[in-house]
Design a protein around this ligand. Structure first.
Ligand code: ZN
Length: 210
C-alpha cells in the first residue's frame, strides 16, 4: 500500500494495525490498497470499501447489518424511547456508563478466539529506515523477512507462541515502555523503543524461558 507522505507514523495505517482492526470486527483483511480496503466478514460476505468509511462504520457489512436490524432489541428500544440522544438530549449518566461498559467488554484491537490460537511470533529487532536505525517490538504472523525485507538489520529476540499470547505480551510491554517514556515513532513505523528500554525488554523476554 502507498502511505500518505507527511502523516505522523503513529497515526498511519499499517497493515498489521488494520489486520487487528478487521479481526476485532471478526473480519479478515483480504487486501489493503490505499484508499480501498477489501475484507471478508465472518458471515462470508466479501466486499470492498474506502478505508475511512470502513473505519468510521460500526459494522460495515451490509449483510450483517440487515440481519442485525431485522431482530428486535427490546432493551435498546426502551433506552432510546426514554432518552433519545438524537433529539438534542443526552443519555442519563447511568445509561452512558452502561454503554461504556459494553464497549469495554467488547474490546477493540483484539483478535478473535480462532485467531488467538494460531501460531505467532513476538519480535524485538533492529530496524533500519531513512531516519536511521531503531529497536522495534512487535508481533506478526509472517516471517520477519517477509514482514521487513531489507529494513531488518538484526534480531535481538524472538518469542514463538500463539498469536493471542504474543499480542497480550506485546501490549503489556508497550504499555510499560510508554509509561517509562521509551516509546517513539519514526517516519516509517511505530512501536519503536529507546535504547534505554532494551535491558528491561530483554530481561523480561528471556525470563520467559527460565
Ligand atoms: Zn457480515
Amino acid at each position: 500500500m502507498a502511505y500518505p507522505v507527511g502523516k505522523p507514523a503513529h497515526n498511519r495505517l499499517t497493515e498489521e494495525r488494520m489486520e487487528r482492526e478487521c479481526a476485532s470486527r471478526n473480519h479478515t483483511l483480504l487486501e489493503l490498497k490505499h484508499p480501498l480496503i477489501k475484507v471478508r466478514c465472518h458471515c462470508g460476505n466479501e466486499y470492498e470499501q474506502k478505508i475511512h468509511s470502513y473505519r468510521a462504520a460500526k459494522n460495515s457489512c451490509k449483510r450483517c447489518d440487515s440481519q442485525r436490524k431485522s431482530k428486535p432489541r427490546p432493551e435498546h428500544s426502551r433506552l432510546m424511547r426514554e432518552n433519545n440522544p438524537f433529539k438534542g438530549k443526552q443519555h442519563t449518566p447511568e445509561v452512558c456508563e452502561l454503554i461504556r461498559q459494553q464497549r469495554l467488554d467488547r474490546g477493540s484491537w483484539r483478535y478473535t478466539p480462532e485467531e488467538r490460537g494460531i501460531p505467532g511470533v513476538l519480535y524485538l529487532i533492529r530496524y533500519l529506515d531513512e531516519a536511521g536505525t531503531h529497536f522495534k517490538l512487535g508481533i506478526t504472523k509472517k516471517t520477519l523477512q517477509q514482514r521487513f525485507g531489507p529494513k531488518l538489520i538484526s534480531i535481538l529476540h524472538l518469542h514463538n507462541a500463539t498469536l493471542g499470547e504474543c499480542f497480550d505480551l506485546e501490549q503489556d510491554c508497550l504499555r510499560y515502555c510508554k509509561q517509562q517514556g521509551w516509546r517513539y515513532s519514526s517516519p516509517t513505523t511505530t512501536e519503536l523503543i529507546h535504547p534505554d528500554g532494551l535491558p528491561y525488554l530483554l530481561d523480561r523476554l528471556t525470563a520467559l524461558y527460565l
